[in-house]
Design a protein around this ligand. Structure first.
Ligand code: ATP
Ligand code: MG
Length: 424
């Protein structure tokens, strides 16, 4: 006996009815992005490994341990996209879009990270994100934050929280880094092994440690706010004022630093208690140095990435999504002649109506047909049996209100048009 082949660990099949929820989310995202003036970008599923090493940063979780890297048959090192920002910047440079002025792009699609699979953490997951390039002003930060927040708001999620912080720039970060080192060094032996490894290379990253052992040292660590240089402080103050003005609720959280090295100034996260340990659904910020570090011009940028699996988890927990309403019509033919009559009507309905038209081709009792209509979630049943054929009219049963209407039979197009006209 051959062993059973299953989906790879940490991946998921998407099947009905759950896939309809994904389609609805995707449609909402496309509409939202359009309203903010963002255009869609799609990049390859794999890129040269070098792009992520340079663009994400060597001391990040992603590059240190999560990449799906392989050698292709031409002996090039390739990596399955673990995040979108580096590929999007690569595309912006490759197509010389930055020379045209500010760019607003969004993306939806899979990312791949070799992680220990658990609830809300997968090896293939999906992100929606945006990148806004060309503006140093805090208004651009506010634009992308409000775009993310609008998605949360549109689903009526009440337990989501927006947390913001500033991690300064090349001017003020070295001083803060020193202060952090001074703070952590005397206690280094009491930190978690991971933190011990990181402390000299990237002390900022200790602040978002999830290890209990590190918590007391993180809590007493100096805060970046006290170390910001004047321009960074002004930027942060303006950002907060704009969020207040737009009535977007937020909290300043000095522990938000983000895992990626290229962030400057603004960093933010949207979290939800519904996610448990994996509490962040969206993370983003400003990365004024990334584009230049990838060989491009000195163009600032700000963006975010939102995990779609985690987002749908909080949507479900919020219970704000209405159960999908019954829709469409199930054509029920009792007998071969009825089937021949209904088939072209169904074909016309599929051309004319926005709602689905279902048909079952087996010989069954009416009750069995109605069960299938139920399973399909059809709102109406269009029933034709011998009696209806003799009378020259079909029965249109509203499966919600349990009421019947009679519909004259005739040319399929006319029947279908009449059905659409009277409302399906
Ligand atoms: P975490 O701290 O949970 O590992 P992260 O900092 O690695 O998150 P980002 O790289 O900022 O996450 O990605 C943005 C969002 O993408 C996350 O907030 C999350 O919703 C989602 N995400 C990231 N990695 C995964 C994954 N392995 N499975 C599911 N969603 C993920
Ligand atoms: Mg991660």
């Amino acid at each position: 006996m051959s062993s059973k082949i299953t989906a790879p660990r940490g991946t998921q099949d998407l099947i009905p009815p759950h896939s309809a929820q994904w389609q609805a989310l995707e449609q909402r995202i496309h509409a939202l992005a359009r309203r903010f003036g963002y255009g869609e970008v799609r990049t390859p599923l794999f890129e040269a490994t070098e792009l992520f090493v340079r663009g994400v940063g060597e001391t990040t979780d992603i590059v240190e341990k999560e990449m799906y890297t392989f050698r292709d048959k031409g002996d090039r090192s390739m990596t399955l996209r673990p995040e979108w920002t580096a590929p999007v910047v690569r595309a912006l440079l490759e197509h010389q879009l930055l020379a045209q002025g500010p760019q607003r792009l969004y993306y939806i699609g899979p990312i791949f990270r070799y992680e220990r699979p658990q609830k809300g953490r997968y090896r293939q997951s999906h992100q929606f994100g945006v990148e806004c390039t060309g503006y140093r002003e805090p208004e651009a930060d506010v634009e992308v934050i409000s775009l993310a927040w609008e998605l949360v708001r549109s689903y009526g999620i009440s337990d989501a929280a927006l947390k913001i912080n500033s991690i300064g720039d090349a001017q003020c970060r070295p001083r803060y880094r020193e202060a952090l080192l001074e703070h952590f060094r005397p206690n280094v032996s009491q930190l978690s092994p991971e933190a011990q490894q990181r402390v000299e290379r990237n002390p900022l990253r200790l602040l978002d440690s999830k290890e209990e052992r590190d918590a007391p040292f993180v809590a007493s660590a100096p805060r970046f706010e006290e170390f910001l240089c004047e321009p960074c402080r002004e930027h942060f103050t303006a950002l907060k004022a704009d969020l207040d003005m737009l009535e977007i609720p937020y909290a300043v959280d000095p522990r938000i630093v983000r895992g990626l090295d290229y962030y400057t100034r603004t960093v933010f996260e949207i979290t939800s208690n519904a996610l448990g340990a994996q509490s962040a659904v969206c993370g983003g910020g400003r990365y004024d140095d990334l584009i230049a570090s990838l060989g491009g011009p000195d163009v600032p940028a700000v963006g975010f990435a939102l995990g779609m699996e985690r987002f749908l988890m909080i949507v479900e927990a919020a219970g704000s999504e209405k159960p999908s309403a019954r829709s469409g019509v199930q054509a029920i033919a009792l007998g071969a002649q009825a089937r021949a009559t209904l088939l072209p009507i169904v074909a016309e309905l599929r051309r004319l109506a926005e709602v689905p038209a279902f048909m079952d081709y087996e010989e069954r009792k009416l009750l069995a047909h109605l069960k299938i209509a139920d399973r399909n979630g059809a709102r109406f049943a269009l029933i034709v049996g011998e009696q209806e054929l003799a009378a020259g009219e079909a029965v249109l049963r509203d499966l919600e209100s349990r009421t019947d209407r009679h519909v004259p039979l005739g040319s399929p197009r006319v029947v279908a048009a009449a059905l659409v006209e009277t409302g399906l």
